[in-house]
Write a protein that binds this ligand. Structure first.
Ligand SMILES: Cc1cc2nc3c(=O)[nH]c(=O)nc-3n(C[C@H](O)[C@H](O)[C@H](O)COP(=O)(O)OP(=O)(O)OC[C@H]3O[C@@H](n4cnc5c(N)ncnc54)[C@H](O)[C@@H]3O)c2cc1C
Length: 519
């Protein structure tokens, strides 16, 4: 039996890493249990072949779909979690996202807290994760109590042209919110060289604001924080009444270890947090821990997203491409009665990544064709909200394996319309006049369920224990010392990238837990 801690945090990503950062200053004894290790810093971090073709940093997990067919989820188990690979586009949800929103396929439910409740935590998270942006450029953005800590990352010439063309066409392009530590802006610890290896790659020089670099590493010298890597939590044990977690069971180097703490925070990502609770069923919680409502694992969301490559005759020599976004179609309008979502840039495509992501389609393409395509490509990422449906869910089998059953896709009409709007707006960017092919060519890739990057839901928070797993402080309704602090708590996902909301929430819950431990 290992020593006793004040707080045990399971997982070190956007939720867990940030929660540890929030709690460390309290002086309380904190244990971080992380199933992965530190992502190695090696030249392969920036090699498309290593990242996309070999998939070196993707976990070896096998999950099963609704037909029981195995697939490899694109999960990343390292200190820092998925943020090691993320594009660091750090957006706030829109104020309206916290209320009820009507979509073509149903209702996006209201959160139990409002944008105003979250706003101070968003500001703190932006400071912590060193977000670059320009206040007031995006008409859909909510009010902010603090400006972005760093000015927006400037566009490179081709992206500036696109932005100018959009503005001329009456749209409202804005500078994307980026969490990078940029050399030219004189940020502390800045090492970013604005390379092409950011979105989807680990940062070799640790200049991306990920949870390892920003939240976890700075804690490693502290006497009150312990990090154990290679520690996969397999089960949570409770007292006889089922009201408190009394043991955190870990598999490490093939050995079983049990850790104890006054408070336990599960931050293993939406699917894995649900997996852990479901696999921790016992006599008091026969359907899984904290699952009297039967909501654990349900309402899985991952965005209705598309990656689009638009080609034009003009070369696109942009290196760091993720600087532009447009939210003109985020909400319903007089032209279309439903919200469509957001458009942003992706990291610049390259031949090797195209091969890795579309192996069948590109198998017969000679290298020069793909290289040429990549030189002219402008890459967009389209995000439409998907709705939380009870049938889209994570369950586990007798061996504890994840079954991800995502059977009902939602808001496809909105996603298609957004794609149509993208094609229209490209006419304002000079692409229509200068296309290389007989017509603009768009390679689009809808996301399969293996694309778990934006996973959320599964343990939603709310005020009613019959319809939610967590209370407004992200404590399980049914247990006194169990919290879930990752993207699981989202009752709806909006149409912006989820990480900043997970980080802001972790800071919020961190203050609550600190208060609980110190009074
Ligand atoms: C390629 C890619 C690009 C992305 N780009 C963006 C972006 O630009 N902007 C944005 O907002 N979001 C982006 N995301 C999504 C973002 O990274 C996630 O939303 C965010 O990291 C989720 O935080 P989390 O705490 O829920 O999970 P994670 O950050 O994944 O953390 C979960 C942690 O728990 C650990 N863990 C899991 N199971 C166990 C266990 N049983 N025992 C111990 N530890 C465990 C994992 O190893 C991991 O460290 C991207 C993701 C990917 C993969």
């Amino acid at each position: 039996m290992a020593e006793h801690y004040d707080v045990i945090i399971i997982g070190t990503g956007a939720g867990g890493g940030t929660l540890a950062h929030a709690l460390a200053g309290s002086g309380k004894r904190i244990l971080l249990l992380e199933r992965g290790g530190f992502l190695p810093r090696e030249i392969g971090n920036w090699a498309p072949e290593t990242v996309f073709v070999d998939g070196k940093y993707i976990s070896k997990d096998t999950w099963y779909d609704s037909d029981g067919k195995p697939f490899q989820p694109q999960s990343h188990y390292f200190v820092g979690g998925a943020t090691k690979m993320y594009g660091a586009a750090l957006y706030r949800l829109r104020p309206e996202d916290f209320g009820e929103l009507r979509h073509v396929d149903g209702i996006s439910p209201a959160w139990p807290l409002s944008y105003d409740d979250f706003e101070p935590w968003y500001s703190q998270a932006e400071q912590l994760y060193q977000v670059h942006g320009n206040d007031g450029e995006d008409p859909t953005e909510g009010h902010r109590s603090q400006p972005y800590p760093w000015p927006a990352v400037s566009h490179e010439p081709r992206i500036q042209e696109i932005s100018d063309g959009l503005a001329k066409g009456g749209y409202h392009p804005f500078h994307a919110a980026c969490g990078i530590m940029l050399n030219e802006a004189d940020q502390p610890n800045s090492a970013c060289i604005r390379c092409a290896w950011c979105d989807g790659y680990p940062c070799l020089v640790h200049a991306k604001s990920d949870a390892e670099v920003i939240a976890v590493r700075p804690l490693l010298g502290r006497d009150n924080v312990t990090l154990v890597t290679g520690a996969e939590v397999t089960k949570l044990e409770t007292d006889a009444a089922g009201r408190a977690v009394t043991g955190v069971v870990v598999s490490r180097d093939g050995e079983r270890e049990v850790y104890t703490g006054d408070i336990v925070a599960v931050c293993a990502s939406a699917a894995n947090s649900a997996k852990l609770l479901l696999n921790s069923a016992n006599d008091q919680h026969p359907n899984g821990l904290a699952n009297g409502s039967d909501q654990v694992g349900r309402n899985y969301m991952f965005h209705n997203s598309k990656a689009i490559v638009a080609l034009s005759k003009e070369r696109n020599d942009t290196v760091y491409q993720k600087t532009l976004a447009i939210n003109d179609f985020y909400f319903a309008s007089s032209d279309y009665q439903w919200p469509m979502g957001g458009i942003q840039m992706m990291g610049k495509s390259n031949a090797e990544a195209m091969r890795g992501e579309k192996p069948k389609l590109t198998m017969l393409s000679p290298e020069w064709t793909l290289t040429d395509v990549a030189k002219h490509a402008v890459d967009f990422w389209l995000t439409t909200e998907d709705l939380p449906l009870p049938e889209n869910r994570v369950t586990t089998d007798a061996d504890g394996n994840v079954h991800l059953s995502y059977t009902t896709y939602t808001n496809q009409a909105e996603a298609d319309r957004l794609y149509g709007e993208l094609k229209k707006i490209l006419n304002h960017t000079g692409m229509a006049e200068h296309h290389v092919l007989s017509k603009n060519f768009y390679a689009d890739m809808a996301m399969s369920i293996a694309a778990v990057a934006h996973q959320a839901g599964t343990c939603r928070f709310g005020t009613d224990p019959a319809t939610s797993v967590l209370d407004v402080n992200c404590k399980a309704h049914e247990l006194d010392n169990l919290y879930v602090v990752d993207t699981s708590f989202f009752p709806s996902i909006g149409a912006v990238n989820p990480a900043l909301t997970a980080m802001a929430n972790a800071l919020r819950v961190g203050e609550h837990i600190t208060g609980r431990l110190t009074t």
